[in-house]
Design a protein around this ligand. Structure first.
Ligand SMILES: NC(=O)c1ccc[n+]([C@@H]2O[C@H](COP(=O)([O-])OP(=O)(O)OC[C@H]3O[C@@H](n4cnc5c(N)ncnc54)[C@H](OP(=O)(O)O)[C@@H]3O)[C@@H](O)[C@H]2O)c1
Length: 338
């Protein structure tokens, strides 16, 4: 049986969820595509690298990760024997590195790439996409926005000939959570402390609260769906740090809810991209997007406006997004599209 050999960079929450799904769906993938998916390298940041040409036993990797090499992600991308690189290292919101270098290196070698890391899509999408096309390899990134929800596939696969004219949404769940707790009358510092305890808020919440994370996600959406060639630093960005409980009460008195809204559109050939708190009607779809849920609305010339909501995802939905990209690659390699 033919084999798809993967080099997986990053074996944290996303990598492990993906590995569990590869194990669970192994037989189905073989039956549907006549190919076996094998992981031949797993690279971590501080726990070393595990390489095995015959394929790593993922049960063992999940139970007891045993490094047998000290090669870095870049060295594996450059020198290891694999068919597709799976980029699951942490997001560097300020530069997209070292993930961009990992992906660039793999593409230059004619390897396919799957990335759940949005840094490269936000900082270097046009270059990486052109490189993938030049090398005639696949470059898949569905998980970078809203996990496995088919945001990019929706447009690429189901809306032929339609042109995206606007993208908007609520893309940051931490700010959802903070705004809701403020509305419930809680104190800002207490919300952050409780949010950290529950895992909703990072140790340093600035990236979320000041809108950087939302700007990176919006940039990724606009780069892919509107060929924007944007970088996150060019998004007009305002966070929720200055929103007070009084603002929320005032809005509520007028039937409004405050949400951190992302929006990108073209006007007179010029692309606009904004992240800012906005008052939305209490009865609107936007107002229903609470805590860990998120929303993307896509406006097109031929199909009007469509909205996709991801309701309270778990890490399994991240693993699923990476699995979907793996399936897309298998479809490309085998020509089988059931
Ligand atoms: N978690 C989600 O729900 C989710 C959803 C969508 C997209 N994503 C994206 O998926 C990626 C991974 O997220 P995660 O939640 O799995 O993160 P995570 O739990 O922090 O895991 C990160 C993994 O990357 C490894 N790593 C760190 N630096 C590395 C480097 N330079 N080279 C190779 N490996 C390195 C870490 O190894 P050590 O532990 O040894 O340092 C760890 O195994 C991120 O880009 C994230 O934005 C995550």
């Amino acid at each position: 049986m033919k084999t798809l050999r993967l080099a997986v960079l990053g074996f944290g929450n996303a990598g492990r969820a993906y590995a569990r799904l590869l194990l669970e769906k192994d037989q189905e993938l073989r039956q549907q595509y006549g190919m076996a998916v094998q992981v031949t390298a797993i690279v971590t940041g501080r726990h070393g690298t595990w390489e095995e040409a015959a394929g790593i036993d993922l049960h063992r990797a999940l139970a007891d990760f045993t490094a047998n090499s000290s090669r870095t992600g870049l060295e594996v991308a450059r020198d290891a024997d694999y068919d597709a690189l799976v980029e699951l290292t942490p997001l560097n919101i300020a530069t997209g590195q070292p993930a961009i270098d990992h992906i660039r290196t793999a593409l230059r070698r004619g390897k396919h790439v799957i990335s759940a890391n949005k840094g490269p899509i936000a900082w270097a999408y046009r270059e990486l996409k052109a490189l993938a096309e030049e090398q005639k390899v696949g470059f898949y990134h569905e998980t970078t926005v809203m996990d496995g929800a088919p945001v990019f596939d929706l447009v690429e696969r189901t809306l032929p000939l339609a042109r995206v004219t606007e993208v908007s949404g609520i893309l940051n769940t931490t700010t959802n959570y903070i705004l809701e707790e403020l509305a419930a009358g809680k104190d800002y510092d207490a919300i952050l402390a409780e949010g950290r305890r529950l895992g909703f808020v990072e140790a340093d919440p600035a990236m979320d609260v000041e809108g950087y994370d939302a700007a990176a996600k919006l940039t990724a959406l606009l780069n892919v769906l509107m060929d924007a060639d944007l970088t996150p630093d060019r998004v007009e960005r305002q966070g929720i740090q200055n929103i007070t409980a009084a603002d929320i009460r005032d809005a509520a008195a007028r039937g409004k809810v405050i949400k951190l809204l992302c929006r990108g559109w073209r006007e007179g050939g010029v692309l606009h991209a904004t992240v800012a708190p906005a008052q939305v009607d209490r009865g609107s779809l936007y107002a229903t997007i609470d805590s860990t849920s998120s929303l993307v609305s896509i406006t097109t010339d031929l199909m009007g406006k469509l909205s996709l909501v991801e309701h309270a995802p778990l890490i399994e939905q991240t693993g699923y997004g990476i699995l979907v990209d793996t399936v897309r690659l298998l479809q490309r390699l085998t020509g089988i599209c059931p």
